[in-house]
Design a protein around this ligand. Structure first.
Ligand code: BTN
Length: 337
C-alpha cells in the first residue's frame, strides 16, 4: 500500500519494429529472407536489420544467416510478442493493453507507474529480463534473461484493501493451475505467495496496492516464474528451482503466460462475483500448508513453531502455537519446520 511516484521515466516499450522483424521471420520459418527485403519491408536500413537481429539473438532467438545472404529462424522464437498474446488472450481482461519490454528494472514498478497514470483494468506488463526484480519484504527476484516469466497486471477492483489481500491467493492459484496444466506436475502453494515443486520455490506473487482505508484505487499483481533456467545462482540452489530443472525439459513461456492469465481471469472474476469461499476452498485443497502443517513462523518481532489451522475468510493463515493458542499470521514468513 502507499503512494507510487510517476516521476521515474520508463524505458521505451519494445520497439514495434523489432517485433515486426521477428514476425516476418516467424511467418517464413526455415526460409531465408534477404536482409534487403526485410529492411525495405520494415522501412529501415540493412545495418539496422543486422543490429536488431543481434538483439534478438541476445534474447536467445535462434536466427541464422547474415545481412548479405539473408536470415532465417532456426526454430520458433519464444519471445512474448504482444501481437500473438493479444490474439491468444481474447475474451479475457488482459488482451487489450499489453506493454512488452526487452529489459526493465521491475514490471511491478512499471505497472505501478502506469496505474498511477490511469492505465485501465487488465493492463499487462511483460519483460524478457528485469534488472531490479522485487520479491516480498524487500527481497530481490532473480530475473534471468529470456528464461523466466516476469509479468505484472493492473487491476481496479471495487474492494476494500482487506478484501483485496485475497488477490494474492487468487494469482497463486492461477499460476499453480497453469503450471499443472502445462507440465503435468502438481505444484504446492506455500501461503501466501510461493509456488513450490519438490519443496523448492519456482515462482512467486507480489501484490501491491494503492488504496484509501476503505477503498482500493488499484492493485498491481506481479507474477514471477522460473521456467527454463538450467541452473540457479549458488545462493539460491538449495531453496529454488525451475520448471526445466524439475521436468528435465524446456517449456514455452508464451503458452504458460497465456495459461496463467486465462486462469487468473477465471479465478478473479469468480472472486469478484461470488466472494472468496471458492478461492479459499480451492487454495486449501491444493496447498499442503493450510491445515496441520508444522511450520516456523518468522515475524519482525519473533520466530516461533506452530501448526497451521486453516484460512480465515479474508485469506489470512491461522496457526496454533505450542502453548495451544490459535492466532492469525498477520505478517511474516511461514516455512515448513
Ligand atoms: C516473492 O516470491 O516474493 C514474489 C516474487 C514476485 C516476482 C515478480 S517478477 C514480475 C514482478 N516484478 C517484480 O519486480 N516482481 C514481480
Amino acid at each position: 500500500m502507499g503512494n507510487t511516484s510517476a516521476a521515474r521515466t520508463l524505458p521505451e516499450t519494445t520497439d514495434r519494429k523489432i517485433l515486426e522483424l521477428l514476425q516476418l521471420l516467424s511467418a517464413n520459418p526455415m526460409i531465408v529472407v534477404s536482409g534487403t527485403r526485410m529492411a525495405k519491408q520494415i522501412g529501415v536500413s540493412r545495418h539496422t536489420v543486422r543490429h536488431w537481429v543481434n538483439k534478438l539473438r541476445s534474447l536467445g532467438v535462434d536466427v541464422k544467416g547474415h545481412a548479405r545472404t539473408g536470415y532465417h529462424l532456426q526454430k520458433a522464437a519464444d519471445v512474448l510478442m504482444p501481437g500473438v498474446l493479444r490474439r491468444r488472450l481474447e475474451g479475457t481482461a488482459f488482451g487489450k493493453h499489453i506493454h512488452h519490454f526487452f529489459t526493465i528494472d521491475s514490471t511491478n514498478d512499471a505497472a505501478l507507474d502506469m496505474a498511477h497514470d490511469g492505465a485501465p483494468n487488465g493492463t499487462l506488463v511483460l519483460a524478457e529480463q528485469q534488472t531490479a526484480g522485487r520479491g516480498r519484504v524487500g527481497r530481490m527476484w532473480h530475473s534471468e534473461k529470456s528464461n523466466g516469466i516476469y509479468m505484472s497486471v493492473v487491476l481496479r477492483p471495487v474492494l476494500t484493501p482487506v478484501e483485496a489481500q485475497l488477490i494474492t491467493l487468487v494469482a497463486g492459484l492461477a499460476a499453480r493451475d497453469a503450471v499443472a496444466e502445462q507440465t503435468g506436475m502438481e505444484p504446492d502453494l506455500r501461503w501466501p505467495n510461493d509456488l513450490l515443486l519438490g519443496g523448492k520455490k519456482f515462482g512467486g506473487i507480489l501484490t501491491e496496492m494503492h488504496a484509501e482505508p476503505d477503498r482500493v484505487h488499484y492493485v498491481v499483481v506481479g507474477i514471477g516464474v522460473n521456467v527454463n533456467h538450467e541452473s540457479l545462482p549458488s545462493d539460491l540452489r538449495a531453496i529454488a528451482t525451475s520448471l526445466r530443472i524439475e521436468t528435465g525439459r524446456t517449456h514455452s513461456r508464451g503458452d504458460l503466460v497465456v495459461r496463467v492469465l486465462r486462469w487468473l481471469d477465471q479465478y478473479y472474476t469468480q472472486y469478484l462475483r461470488q466472494g472468496g469461499d471458492a478461492v479459499l476452498r480451492r487454495f486449501s485443497e491444493v496447498s499442503s500448508f493450510c491445515e496441520g502443517k508444522r511450520v516456523r513462523v518468522a515475524t519482525a518481532k519473533e520466530t516461533f513453531l506452530a501448526t497451521t489451522a486453516g484460512l480465515e475468510p479474508n485469506g489470512v493463515l491461522r496457526v496454533t502455537r505450542e502453548n495451544g493458542k490459535t492466532e492469525p499470521v498477520l505478517t511474516g514468513d511461514v516455512r515448513e519446520a
